[in-house]
Structure formats: C-alpha cells, structure tokens
Design a protein around this ligand. Structure first.
Ligand code: NDP
Length: 290
C-alpha cells in the first residue's frame, strides 16, 4: 500500500498497543526493543524487527519512542545517536518537563527534531475513540505528522516549548495517582472490615460521578481568589480527615496517605485558615513547606 511507514522503539504494554493500532490501519512498522522477544507477536502480524537501534532509526523518518523514561531513551539511542539526523522523534515516554526540554536539545544537537508527548490513556485505549495525548514542540512538524499520531489517540497540542506536553501530562497524572490511591485506601479499609472491593464500587462510582460539579465550582472560586468558609470550613475538614485517619489506624491498615492528608489540613489551620474553605490549602500548596 502507499501508507506511510513508521518506527516504534519500546515495546512495553503501551508500545505494543501502538504497533497494533498502526498495523491495523495498514501502516508498515519497524520495531525495536531492548528485550527482542516482546516483538514476537508484532512480527507475526507483519511488523519488521530492526537488527539494531541504529537500523530502527534509519528505517523511517518518523520514530515513535515509548519507554519508561528519558534515561531509557539515552541508554538505547546514545550509541546510535548519529542516526538521529533527519529523524522526527516523537517521544511518548513519561518524564519531567526539564527532562523533555533536555531530550529535545539532545535530539536537535544530533540533527533530528523532537516532539514531546504525554499519553492520557491506558494501552487498551490506544486506537480507540476518546483517548488523547498532549504534544509539544515545533508546530509545523506536529501538523505534518498529526495523521499518523491520530491513529494512536486524539491529539492536544500545547505549544512549541518541548516541556509543555510533559507539564500538562504530569499535572493530570499526579491527580490520577492520588485519586487511584484514595480508591485503594478505601478498599483496604473496607477489606479490613470484611467488605469487598465490589461492595465499595457503587459508592466510589457515585462519589467520582459527582466530581465534575465540584471541580468547576472549585476552579471558578480558586481563580477568583475566593476561599470563603460559607459552604465548608477548613476546621471542619481537619476534624473529618482526622476521623478518616483514626478509622484507618483502628483497622490496622496503612495510614501513610490519610496521615499526609491530615498533615496538609493541619498546615492550613496553623496558617490561620480554619474559618476559610479547605480550598485555601491551594494557596499553601503553591510553596514547599518550610
Ligand atoms: P514500561 O515501563 O513497561 O516499558 C516500556 C519500555 O521501556 C520497555 O520496552 C522496556 O524495555 C524499556 N526500557 C525501560 N528501561 C530501559 C533501559 N534502561 N534501556 C532500554 N530500554 C528500557 O512502559 P509502558 O509500555 O507501560 O509505558 C510506556 C510509557 O508510557 C511510560 O513512560 C509510561 O509512563 C507511559 N504511560 C503508560 C501507561 C500504561 O498504562 N501502561 C498509561 C499512560 C502513559 P524491556 O522490554 O527490554 O524491559
């Protein structure tokens, strides 16, 4: 076919899902991975396993990288860095904005172009409607390759600065992990009291389904600098999170998370926000604790 041909480096769950999506749309795909056996099922479906990282880079102009972090990229590609010249490297590995900026400089020093990506999807969402990825880097280059990238997920271009996609990704994924940990804490507490995760599920679902209203109410007030205690007060919030902490402690489950939550609320009380909304914590959280 006349379809474009692309390289995918990194065949963890995410890279594998991406190769499947590309093959499914008729793209020719060259793959490379530190552990070659992870390519077996992809090769059986028509992907080409490169003989080396260098061959993987030279095979195609567009090189999609899906690794654990940027250090893994250097470990794999530093020995073949001369082959970066003329390549567009779309780095979908998670890392900090600073690591993304340094990675973009490194690729550019070797004559290539770097696009940063932050994938907001599980591997099962790759190639499915509704999933999306933050991108940043040279806009024209992003636009030129957008059709291939949209085989993977929808795209959300954040700007030229290579750190921007990583920044928005870390903002969202940080919230993902704390939300998920809140859920797992609830399940651990339930389990210690003879309840199953399935019994928690409808209540957890109800709580999170109600969140959009709270999020927009909260964003408007925070952006307007309003933290009045007319709806709830931080002092009430501290009493509430202490009850949660003690219930967990009494059940003998891990209290790392509720302890950290209570510590933040106490910091707010100490700063004199007891009669303000608990959202006043945002003002304190903007600076590292002294
Ligand atoms: P994994 O961490 O499972 O692995 C990705 C790849 O990194 C593997 O191919 C692995 O090689 C390679 N790798 C790691 N360290 C090195 C190294 N030092 N040298 C060479 N290769 C290395 O990641 P996923 O596939 O799950 O995800 C890829 C990226 O996507 C990550 O940055 C992740 O944060 C992000 N992401 C993942 C999601 C998910 O649900 N999986 C969701 C959203 C984003 P090998 O096979 O040889 O071990």
């Amino acid at each position: 076919s006349s379809k474009q041909s692309v390289t995918v480096i990194g065949l963890g769950p995410m890279g594998q899902a991406m190769v499947h999506a590309l093959l499914g749309k008729g793209y020719s795909v060259t793959v490379w991975n530190r552990t070659p056996s992870r390519a077996d099922a992809l090769v059986a479906r028509g992907a080409v396993l490169a003989k080396s990282a260098e061959d993987a880079l030279t095979a195609n102009e567009l090189v999609i990288v899906s690794l654990t972090d940027y250090d893994a990229m250097y470990a794999l590609l530093e020995p073949a860095s001369h082959a970066l010249a003329g390549r567009v490297l779309v780095n979908l590995s998670s890392d900090t904005p600073e690591k993304a900026r340094a990675g973009a400089r490194w690729v550019s020093e070797h004559g290539g172009i770097h696009l940063t990506g932050g994938v907001n999807s599980s591997p099962s969402g790759i190639g499915q409607p509704g999933s999306s990825t933050f991108y940043s880097g040279p806009h024209e280059v992003f636009e030129a390759h957008r059709p291939v990238l949209e085989v993977l997920t929808g795209t959300d271009y954040r700007g030229e600065d290579p750190g921007l996609a990583a920044l928005m990704y870390q903002i969202v994924v940080g919230m993902f992990w704390t939300s998920v940990l809140g859920y797992w804490q609830a399940i651990a507490l339930a389990d210690a009291n003879g309840l199953t995760a399935s019994e928690v599920l409808p209540h957890a679902t109800k709580l999170l389904t109600g969140m959009p209203g709270f999020l927009s109410f909260s964003a408007e007030r925070i952006d307007a600098g309003e933290h009045g205690g007319d709806v709830e007060r931080l002092a009430m919030g501290l009493a509430s999170v202490e009850h949660v902490l003690h219930t967990n402690a009494d059940a003998g489950v891990d209290t790392t998370l509720p302890t950290a939550v209570a510590a933040l609320f106490r910091r707010g009380i100490a700063a004199g926000h007891g009669t303000d909304s608990a959202s006043s914590l945002v003002k304190l959280m903007k600076t590292a604790k002294a």
